[in-house]
Design a protein. Structure first.
Ligand code: UD1
Length: 415
């Protein structure tokens, strides 16, 4: 079981290079199933989720290997995964559904796993595929989707990131034009669409709520570098804000992080963009209000890390989680460290300014794990963070190493 030890840390200073985005890499890897030709991806982070997705692609019959940050995938043939248990390792496994249906007119799979932050149904994915002409049969956890896909008008009841990605990937090889209304606008969706366009797909409107896909008969190979990880960058920005730091996040893109940087800046952190990335200076002092929303609103993935910061501001911060129904699991652990937080339904009230004390805490999900590591930087004494499910390694490429390089007292003590 991975365990981390974190001590009270001085002002973080220096430069951290932001990795490419997990949430861009995973759909792009799934999209590699759409062509028989070779896909080459650069600067791919070392994450369990990436390894799991590569294992899923292999289980679908593709060759997939990673070396020195480069990943090569070649799916000369691709079918439903042989090893269904792999799909339970993460939620993003559902992203093979669109590509396999588009390519073969069939996909048999099992309901995905992932962080226990909410129910996370896949009804919007299924409803959209049905609109495209697929038949869907479900027995328990097993789902079978069949049928030749044809372009259609789809309205998403909620701008789901995964459903938008799956439906775009399903539509790129479908006959005719598909319009997805109320589509998600996250930068990772724009990146997936750029990658698909590099493979020969015809897509307009990515990054807006109205995506139009004109089906093409086939896609070809491509070479691509995904966008930087705005959530990793945001997490490091929170670490700087907690420690009165002076940090350059090289490669980070301001335009992807406005909501988070506004919060930090309103709280007292100096945020500057330059040619190399984003510079942050100073401490978050003022309490904050944050309501999680779809992009470009405040991202739910940053709610827990920002809450760690809010515990150390002066006054009452108010957070509202509207995306996932069970995403305050870090609160119990933060309270173990002395934070004063009250949760009422979707609302969390954080009384800032209470000193945090090192404690033995447990990671309940990926972003909760990051929040606890950040809280450990501000706490007096030692914090022991147990991560029985290995969440941090699923989604951050060496977060503790990056923090340590900036001067933090954070290390992994058990793999
Ligand atoms: C993606 C991100 C995740 C982020 C989330 C919201 C990846 C790999 N993961 O997850 O880090 O926290 O976006 O920004 O990119 N929903 C339904 N029915 C569906 C699909 C979703 O009700 O068919 C609901 C979910 O339960 C949730 C909300 O919609 O309450 C948002 O989910 P969605 O946008 O689909 O998130 P993911 O794609 O799973």
């Amino acid at each position: 079981m991975p365990q981390y030890q974190i001590g009270h840390s001085p002002r973080l200073s220096g430069e951290a290079r932001v990795s490419t985005a997990k949430n861009a890499v995973l759909p792009i890897l799934a999209a590699a199933l759409l062509t028989q030709e070779e896909i080459i991806l650069h600067h791919i982070p070392t994450l369990t989720d990436v390894n799991n997705m590569l294992a899923i692609l292999r289980s679908c019959g593709a060759e997939a290997e990673s070396e020195g940050g480069d990943v090569r995938v070649r799916a000369v043939a691709a079918g439903s995964p042989e090893e269904m248990s792999l799909l339970r390792t993460m939620r993003a496994s559902v992203l093979i559904l669109g590509p396999l249906c588009a390519r073969n007119g069939e996909c048999v799979f099992t309901m995905p796993g992932g962080c226990a932050i909410g129910q996370r149904p896949i009804d919007l994915h299924i409803k959209g595929l049905r609109k495209l002409g697929a038949q869907v049969a479900q027995a328990g956890d097993a789902v079978r989707v069949t049928g030749t896909l044809k372009g259609a008008n789809i309205y998403l009841d909620f701008p789901s990131v995964g459903a938008t990605e799956n439906l775009v990937m399903a539509a790129v090889l479908a006959q005719g034009v598909t319009r997805i209304e109320n589509a998600a606008k996250e930068p990772e969706i724009v990146d997936l669409c750029r990658f698909l366009s590099a493979m020969g797909a015809r897509i307009a409107g990515a990054g807006t709520g109205n995506i139009i896909v004109e089906g093409v008969p086939r896609l070809h190979g491509a070479e691509y570098t995904p966008i930087p990880d705005r959530i990793e960058a945001g997490t490091l920005a929170c670490a700087a804000a907690l420690t009165d730091g002076s940090v350059l996040l090289s490669g980070a893109r301001m335009e992807h992080m406005r909501a988070v940087l506004f919060k930090l800046s309103e709280s007292g952190v100096i945020v500057q963009e330059d040619a190399r990335g984003i510079r942050l200076r100073g401490r978050a002092r003022q309490p904050m209000e944050a309501r999680t929303l779809s992009y470009p609103g405040f991202p739910t993935d940053m709610q827990a890390p920002l809450m760690a910061v809010a515990t150390q501001t002066h006054g009452l911060s108010v957070f509202l989680e509207t995306i996932f129904e069970n995403r305050y699991m870090h609160v119990v652990e933060l309270k173990r460290m002395g934070a004063q937080i009250r949760v009422e339904g979707q609302l969390a009230l954080i009384q800032g300014g209470r000193p945090l004390n090192g404690a033995h805490v447990t990671a309940t999900d990926l972003r909760a794990a990051a929040a606890l590591m950040l809280a450990g930087l501000a706490a007096e004494g030692q914090t022991l963070l147990s991560d029985p499910a290995g969440h941090l390694m699923r989604g951050y490429d060496g977060l503790e190493e990056k923090l340590r390089a900036l001067g933090a007292d954070a290390m992994i003590i058990r793999q």
